[in-house]
Design a protein around this ligand. Structure first.
Ligand code: COA
Length: 185
């Protein structure tokens, strides 16, 4: 039955004008369990800000979900990082790292899953070998990822690094797990 209060979100590629919304969604991802950062504090933290800085850059992939009035409901995007400037869920420089968040009040209605599916399709179409991410202990988002085929490949502090292989990459193309200290996320 169609839910007239919450119709299916519209999904579209993330554009340059979406940078402020991606910053807002980055804040939601970092504050997933409690208010740890203000927007200003987060964007002043280089290992966090580099998920959105200069959006969009070559190779970036992104999807925005919005309602019928064009209001943002959530976003999923992926960006690659060099080994010397890794993200929290870094596996390899050629494997983009995924960020996903839905605005509070719109969660648990399928928006996040739809965004994740669309981003995975976009990454596969772009020829990515895999997508990676970091998920902290206790975050229910893990179920969403594991349900889509993400598997644990590493551990950093109190978070697991998950990987979704997108095509028949050789074992050499996806390096072995990494462990070590990490920052908050
Ligand atoms: C995680 C998140 C993107 C999922 O989007 P969503 O629209 O709520 O998810 P969907 O309705 O498509 O799918 C439901 C699944 O999402 C997860 N989920 C649902 N509500 C959630 C919430 N409030 N917080 C975290 N995960 C949630 C669960 O895995 C749920 O499945 P389950 O009910 O079987 O446990 C969204 O809840 C969110 O923005 N959470 C805060 C930010 C965050 O944690 N981002 C991920 C960082 S790794």
């Amino acid at each position: 039955m169609t839910d007239t209060r919450h119709p299916a979100p519209r999904l579209r590629p993330a554009q340059a004008g979406d940078a402020p919304f991606l910053e807002r969604m980055l804040l939601e991802a970092f504050n997933w369990d409690r208010p740890r950062f203000t927007r200003a504090a987060l964007l002043a933290l280089p290992p966090a800000a580099h998920y959105v800085s200069g959006w969009p850059q070559a190779g970036d992939l992104g999807v925005v979900a919005e309602d019928a009035r064009g209001r943002g409901l959530g976003a999923a995007w992926a960006r690659s990082f060099p080994a010397e400037d890794p993200g929290y869920g870094h596996v390899a420089p050629h494997i983009p790292e995924l960020t996903l968040a839905v605005v509070p009040g719109q969660r648990g209605r399928g928006v996040g899953g739809a965004l994740l599916d669309a981003l995975v399709l976009a990454a596969a179409a772009a020829g990515c070998a895999a997508l990676s991410l970091s998920v902290e202990d206790g975050n229910r988002a893990r179920r969403l990822y594991e349900g889509r085929g993400f598997v644990r490949v590493g551990r950093e502090g109190d978070a697991d690094t998950l990987l979704l292989r997108l095509r028949s990459a050789s074992r050499a193309a996806v390096p072995p797990p990494r462990t070590g200290p990490r920052g908050p996320r």
